[in-house]
Ligand binder design. Structure first.
Ligand code: FAD
Ligand code: EPU
Length: 348
């Protein structure tokens, strides 16, 4: 009998206290591949994590968890661009700070997004009117079993809102580095509502500071209240359903994306009166931002959080005909699962 004896509590921002058979922090690629191969040979699942800021563990993980700390930032330049090759274990926010310190601008709108560089292209991280797809030129991946490396160029990454090819293909690969290209001619990105007032004497540092401040005010610090940022994605719906909903809910916020309606999941959840709701198990809808679910007392299980998410899913679905998709990846004992199927199967 092999026991899951090592706690993953410090390696996931929901602060869920579950265990894995083995947890290893890795700083070099060769070691990563060898360990991965060894565990796969024995039929154990392998999971690579950055900071665990976009996952929800439901059960003990029956395998190997690799905490990626493979670092390195390499700069080159052309006439018009700074080109950065960044290894996947770098902290995303440290990279943003590094670029600003070196007078390389463009990433400031993406300041303070948690997690590591290797996870950033998977859901095409975004905030405050920007996303990594605006800068990403390529993503390098490795098959840890045969150590073959592939470069996936920007076009093939298929970046969309909170989406990319890496959510569907290359599941048995590990992202090892990414390439970013940042223009030497800086143009401030002030599209997002909250930033419009900043237009005078604007500098990248001012945007960076402003964004860090609003994020600190709006988003709870996971070490205090476990969370993974937005639990659901903002839904993108057909023009027919969007127009129909606007007739009933004239105050519904939305934006148009290629003729489709992008709604605010936070608003939909508010309208179902969930804001501030706390379940008997301590799973909570954050009172300042309904899209964020909290492990309020840091003693809930992943299933407690998922139960609340499913409750929200059905209430919002029934009221608006809009079925929310989780942004957070749900992991059970052997890897990622579809939360709705998991819920039904386990009769929760
Ligand atoms: P993890 O949670 O460790 O992993 C996520 C998934 O990626 C897992 O399936 C994992 O197996 C896989 N993975 C990780 N590394 C690799 C690799 N090297 N190769 C292959 N697969 C890998 N996101 C936004 O887009 N915008 C925001 O504004 C934002 N705000 C947030 C605020 C808070 C407080 C929190 C907690 C999260 C927020 N997020 C936001 C979500 C999160 O920051 C991002 O999804 C981030 O990219 C996750 O990085 P991570 O390293 O923690 O990934
Ligand atoms: N809203 C409500 N009630 C709420 C929350 C939001 O009505 O409780 C409405 C308001 O109309 C508000 C609008 O939604 O003006 C937008 O809210 P906010 O600016 O807080 O952004 P969001 O759409 O809720 C998204 C991202 C965040 C990102 C911010 C800033 C998604 C799923 N979430 O949130 O990303 O930081 O915009 O750009 O797209 C994450 O992905 O984990 C994340 C935190």
């Amino acid at each position: 009998m092999i026991y899951c004896k090592y706690s993953l509590k410090k390696f996931n921002t929901f602060n869920i206290n579950i265990n894995a058979i083995k947890i290893v922090k890795i700083k070099d690629l060769e070691k990563l591949c060898n360990l991965w191969k060894k565990y796969k040979k024995q039929n154990f699942p392998c999971l690579i994590l950055g900071d665990g800021s976009n996952i929800l563990f439901l059960k003990n993980f029956y395998g190997l968890v690799i905490i990626n700390r493979i670092k390195g930032i390499y700069i080159s330049e052309s006439k018009k661009y700074w080109n950065l090759h960044v290894n996947s274990g770098e902290k995303w926010h440290d990279l943003v700070k590094f670029t600003i310190k070196h007078k390389i601008y463009g990433l400031e709108n993406l300041a303070l997004i948690p997690g590591r560089v290797g996870s950033a292209p998977i859901q095409n991280i975004g905030a405050y009117g920007s996303s990594i797809q605006n800068f990403c030129e390529y993503v390098d991946i490795i098959n840890p079993i045969n150590k073959k490396i592939k470069r996936i160029n920007k076009k093939k990454c298929n970046f969309k809102y909170r989406d990319s090819i890496f959510k569907y293909n290359y599941k048995n690969y590990v992202i090892i580095s990414i390439g970013l290209s940042l223009s030497k001619k800086w143009i401030p990105n002030l599209k997002y509502n909250d930033l419009k007032k900043l237009k005078y004497n604007i500098t990248p540092q001012k945007i960076f500071n402003y964004i860090c401040n609003i994020r600190k005010k709006k988003i709870p610090y996971p070490k205090i209240y476990g969370n993974a940022g937005s639990f659901f994605k903002n839904p993108i719906i057909s023009p027919i359903l969007g127009t129909k909903l606007l007739k009933i809910f004239s105050d519904m916020p939305f934006s148009l994306e290629k003729k489709k309606f992008k709604l605010s999941a936070g608003w939909l959840i508010d309208k179902c009166k969930f804001k501030g709701y706390i379940s008997s198990n301590g799973a909570m809808v954050y009172s300042k931002q309904s899209l964020i679910l909290l492990n309020r007392f840091n003693n809930s299980s992943g299933i407690d959080i998922l139960e609340l998410a499913i409750k929200i899913y059905y209430k919002v679905g029934k009221k608006f005909g809009v079925w929310l998709e989780p942004e957070v990846k749900i992991i059970d004992s052997h890897g990622e699962v579809n939360p709705y199927i998991f819920f039904k199967k386990n009769n929760i």
